[in-house]
Write a protein that binds this ligand. Structure first.
Ligand code: GDP
Ligand code: MN
Length: 414
């Protein structure tokens, strides 16, 4: 070894050293060749992936158009059969949330969809980027559709007072209300209240499962929740519930009561008024077709929903949304889609059509719910801590629901 270093000091290199140097040079050349080859082939691969997927990427935002990509062939999957219910996994998402969207997809695919291959539908107020389309298509085990939301479903209605909107946003912003000063959040809430179900791409479906970026699923879902919903006559399924920030909906309840007095026939028998108004007399409300009392702010947390699209397409819901929209509260205040869905569901549906998925372990920051029973953990390979259950929190409306409706499998600690 020393001889090598001595070379610079004028000694004649020995034959042994010359051989060593040749070996080192050859190895270096070989390594360089391997590197170049690797770079070349990975660029080739990337180009060929691009060639295969790119022809599918054609968006026309002016038409609110959709793009359908077939399941990715990149991972050598066999041809898939598509989930047997008329259902889709639905995500409204921004391009910059791609990696969070992929995280959620990975959860839903690994825990459920890789066995069922339901199609995904992505919606955005802006055209999706090529990367978004390629990588989500690659993650999906079923077909994927990309919807660009038409402008009229993501705008302020002409009838509203722009100054009043500015004042309302400024007020909530200075009060430090979450998303209080955001206009895009308001568009999102209005879209999720009244427009998602009207998109052309959803016409072919009866059911949707709303998935948001950055969620976690803690347990395997070994059955088809869409089939479960259909067979058991359910309309709406949820996991978490909580109180809404009052500052975001100061007049929503009054408008809802006004709506019901205009359309008293929309109150359902055996509804869930008892869940949203403490101490309500449900029988009396139905008999007299009249809603009284104060809203306790309970709502289903709508970032997870497995539900019937036909509920929203029904006359009562459409009329309710149109009425609320005409009052301007999505912009003057900051009405969330969660309380809007929840008030409609609570008043217009018999309570046995609403299902609590106690066996679905779910996280969307800052709340999560871990199934409480042993069976869900054993059969579902859950990895969550059972003591981390938002229903133990004072802000959860779960205990109220269970007190009125009983608990399902996995609902409470034995
Ligand atoms: P949070 O869960 O209430 O904190 O609100 P998020 O930021 O998660 O928004 C709710 C859902 O709407 C998520 O699926 C977001 O990706 C989506 N979303 C929110 N704002 C926009 C927006 O301006 N454009 C699009 N395309 N999606 C949005
Ligand atoms: Mn979210």
């Amino acid at each position: 070894k020393l001889q090598f270093w001595k070379e610079g000091h004028g000694r004649v290199p020995s034959a042994r050293l010359a051989t060593k140097r040749m070996v080192v040079r050859t190895l270096c050349l070989l390594a360089l060749f391997v590197l170049v080859y690797h770079i070349f082939t990975s660029v080739e691969l990337r180009n060929s992936i691009h060639d295969r997927v790119t022809p599918l990427i054609q968006q026309d935002p002016s038409k609110g158009s959709t793009v359908l990509t077939e399941p990715s062939t990149l991972v050598g999957q066999p041809k898939v059969t598509i989930g047997k219910e008329k259902a889709t996994l639905l995500m409204l998402v921004r391009n910059r949330e791609l990696h969070k969207a992929l995280g959620s997809m990975r959860m839903v695919e690994d825990r459920f969809n890789r066995k069922f291959h339901y199609p995904w539908t992505f919606m955005n107020d802006k055209p999706f980027t090529d990367d978004f389309i390629r990588f989500t298509t690659g993650m999906a085990s079923g077909p994927v559709e990309y919807v660009v939301i038409p402008k009229e479903h993501w705008s302020v209605p002409d009838s509203l007072n722009k100054t009043k909107i500015q004042q309302g946003m400024e007020k909530l912003r200075t009060e430090g209300v979450i998303y209080g000063g955001s206009s895009s959040y308001r568009h999102m809430c209005r879209f999720n209240s009244g427009f998602f179900y009207r998109q052309e791409a959803l016409k072919k479906y009866d059911w949707y499962w709303r998935v948001e970026p950055d969620i976690e699923l803690y347990c395997d879902i070994n059955y088809d929740p869409f089939t479960f919903m259909r067979e058991s006559g359910k309309v709406y399924g949820w996991v978490l519930s909580m109180f809404e920030f009052e500052a975001t909906i100061p007049t929503l309840w009054q408008h809802t009561k006004d709506f019901i007095s205009k359309f008293p026939q929309f109150i359902a028998e055996d509804n869930s008024l008892g869940w949203i108004v403490d101490g309500a007399n449900v029988t009396k409300a139905f008999a007299e077709k009249k809603v009284e009392g104060n809203y306790n702010l309970c709502h289903f947390w709508s970032n997870f929903e497995i539900a019937s699209l036909n509920f929203y397409r029904s006359e009562p819901y459409q009329k309710y949304f149109d009425y609320l929209d005409s009052q301007g509260g999505f912009f003057y205040e900051r009405w969330g889609d969660a309380p809007v869905h929840s008030l409609a569901l609570a008043l217009m549906l018999p309570r046995n059509k609403i299902h609590h998925f106690a066996d679905i372990g779910y996280n969307h920051a800052p709340a999560s719910r871990c199934p409480q029973d042993d069976a869900s953990h054993v059969s579902g390979r859950c990895y969550c801590d059972r003591s981390r259950n938002y229903d133990n929190d004072n802000y959860s409306c779960g205990p109220r629901w269970f007190a009125l409706n009983g608990v399902g499998i996995g609902a409470l600690l034995p």
